[in-house]
Structures are given as structure tokens and as C-alpha cells.
Design a protein around this ligand. Structure first.
Ligand SMILES: [Zn+2]
Length: 343
């Protein structure tokens, strides 16, 4: 194992890992974060928030495993994945009705699971529609503009999920589908703030913006994370990556700022947490202590807008992306709004 790690830079020897393992395994291995403090290994219990084993946490884990196995049997996804594509015109997902547009997008039980999700804009609807035109007319009449956008993206994603199932045998959960649709609509709306619109409304907007530049000669680095689950752990990773970036850029006076209050408080306070998250906090504290002019501050979410949008964009990237000087188009409107604060 040690041979796969570069002892000086404490990074994976990517070329060696790729030479020894297949591409998926290599990707997985290289994505495992390495301990940056060179301290000894320790055993942690991952099913407890503090990384400590207790009978109670083992009991909850047992319940969770049982629940998952019941869930798999009842939603039938495992069974569906084993089925071959049939040529009888039946819906390839539920196999019990003729496959047509309104069935796939609305009447199929798999589609109803999506629309019934708590965050779906249509989760209280129970109407039955004979064709898609009637459904769409009803949507246009009953939904506001944002909800209609969300519904349109969900419709597209239900269709794309059906194709993904037929051609790749992969079936995404209703929750993952709805979440990714809502994220995309949010990113889309943020990127649609037009410059002319900004110019017209600049003054009232300035009062609402809370991001503030650091005092000279400090740099400010805003961080955020977006993920389907384990948000706090991801926020730790985002902060750790931000810190490494400051190191790489040789910045000595830095204000790190994020809206992850629990993470910021843990790093600035006393940490006796031995979970994965706790170990990451230790890494972060170790780095922060080595830099006299670095500080970590909490800001509310609207003071961290650009980082928030970039984090959401990151969910759709396959590999790390770094922009120097100019950022992605989607955050341009936010940074332009915040720019007057620096004057
Ligand atoms: Zn069906």
C-alpha cells in the first residue's frame, strides 16, 4: 500500500495505481483522501457520528440493513434490472400497461413515484390524464413559472431514465431524479440574471448582498459543497481542498469563508470526534495552525452565493475543474453583483 503513495507530497502515485489496477479501481483508489499529517492509523466505527462503537449504534446499523433489504424487494428495481427488453409493446418498467407517452411520463407507477416525491412541484396531484396534451395544459394553468420549469425538467428526466433503463439497465431512484432536476433549474435560474436587469436594479441589490471583501493584503476564499447526501462530510472535503489550493498558490494571508456553520465551529473549537468527519476536521486544524495569518469564518448562505453555485455545477463534472482569473459563466452574474462591494 505504502508503495502507491508518494511520501513527500502525500499524494497517490496516479501512474502506478493506474498501471496496477483497472481504470474503475484506480479512479476509486485515487479518490480516497490521504492523511496529510503522517500520523499513525486508527480504527474508527463508521456508523456512529463520533466514530466510536456503541451497542446502540450497532443496533441502528442492523435496523438500517434490514430496512434496505425490505426496500429493495418491494420497489422491484433489482428484479427489473434482470429483465430483458421485450417486444410486446408493454411498458419496459412496469410491464403491465401499453407503453405510450402519457403512461411513461405520468400514469406509470414508476413515474408516479417521481411525482409523489416530497420536493416535487406536483406531489399532491392525483389526476389521471388520457394524453400528454391534457396534462401539459393542466400544468400550465396550475403551476407558477418556477414550478413549470421544474416540471418540464422532471418530465425530460423521467424519459431519459426510461431510456437509460432500456439501453443500459440502470434505473435511478425517484429522489435522485427530482433532486438533480431541481438543482439544474436552480443553476439555470441563477445564470439567467441578465446584465441589463442587473444594471436597472443595482442599488437595491447591493443592499441585499452580504459578501464583503477582506482587508488588504488578505485574500478571501469562499467554499461550499453540494452533494446528494452526507453534506457535512462533503463540506469538510471542500474546505480541505480550498486549504490545499491556498497552499498551492502560496497565499499567506487568507480568510476562508463558508456557510457550513457546524464545520466552521468544529474547526475553530475543540474536536474530539473520531468519525471520518472528525479526522478531516483534525487535518484542517493541523493546516490552519501552521498558518498564523489564516482564519476561518462563517457567513450566511447569501454571502456565499458564488461558491454555492459553483458547488452545484460541480455535481455535473466528471473530474476536478479549476478556473484561474475567469470563472464559469454561471457565476459571472453573481460576482458582478458582488463587485461593487469591493469599491
Ligand atoms: Zn409502466
Amino acid at each position: 500500500m505504502a508503495e502507491l503513495i508518494d511520501a513527500d507530497s502525500l499524494t497517490w502515485k496516479t501512474n502506478l495505481v493506474e498501471g496496477v489496477f483497472n481504470s474503475n479501481e484506480a479512479l476509486l483508489i485515487c479518490s480516497i483522501p490521504l492523511n496529510l499529517r503522517n500520523n499513525s492509523d486508527q480504527m474508527i466505527w463508521v456508523s456512529n457520528a463520533k466514530g466510536v462503537f456503541s451497542v446502540k449504534s450497532a443496533y441502528f446499523l442492523d435496523c438500517l440493513i434490514k430496512q434496505q433489504s425490505v426496500g429493495e424487494a418491494s420497489n422491484g428495481v433489482a428484479v427489473l434490472l434482470k429483465r430483458q427488453i421485450v417486444e410486446d409493446g408493454l411498458c419496459p418498467i412496469c410491464q403491465s400497461n401499453e407503453e405510450n407517452v402519457i403512461h411513461v411520463l405520468w400514469n406509470c407507477s414508476a413515474a408516479m413515484d417521481v411525482w409523489g416525491e416530497r420536493e416535487s412541484p406536483l406531489n399532491k396531484w392525483s389526476s389521471v390524464y388520457k394524453d400528454f396534451r391534457l396534462l401539459w395544459l393542466d400544468m400550465v394553468n396550475r403551476l407558477d413559472v418556477v414550478q413549470l420549469d421544474q416540471a418540464a425538467v422532471i418530465l425530460y428526466k423521467i424519459w431519459a431514465r426510461r431510456n437509460c433503463f432500456v439501453f443500459k439497465n440502470i434505473f435511478h431512484s425517484p429522489l435522485a431524479l427530482v433532486k438533480s432536476a431541481l438543482n439544474e433549474v436552480e443553476v439555470f435560474h441563477e445564470s439567467q440574471v441578465r446584465l441589463t436587469y442587473v444594471a436597472d436594479r443595482l442599488l437595491p441589490q447591493i443592499n441585499a448582498v452580504e459578501w464583503r471583501p477582506p482587508a488588504d493584503p488578505f485574500y478571501k476564499l469562499n467554499f461550499d459543497a453540494a452533494f446528494d447526501s452526507e453534506k457535512r462530510l462533503m463540506e469538510c472535503y471542500a474546505l480541505l481542498r480550498s486549504i490545499k489550493l491556498c497552499h498551492e498558490l502560496c497565499l499567506y494571508q487568507v480568510v476562508l469563508e463558508g456557510d457550513a456553520k457546524a464545520v466552521v465551529d468544529s474547526v475553530n473549537g475543540y474536536n474530539n470526534n473520531h468519525s471520518w468527519q472528525g479526522l478531516l476536521i483534525e487535518d484542517i486544524q493541523f493546516f490552519m495552525k501552521g498558518q498564523a495569518d489564516w482564519s476561518l469564518k462563517f457567513t450566511k448562505r447569501h454571502g456565499n452565493k458564488a461558491a454555492h453555485i459553483v458547488a452545484k455545477l460541480g455535481m455535473y463534472l466528471d473530474s476536478e475543474s479549476v478556473w484561474i482569473e475567469e470563472g464559469p459563466q454561471e457565476v459571472l452574474s453573481i460576482t458582478l453583483l458582488e463587485k461593487p462591494c469591493t469599491v
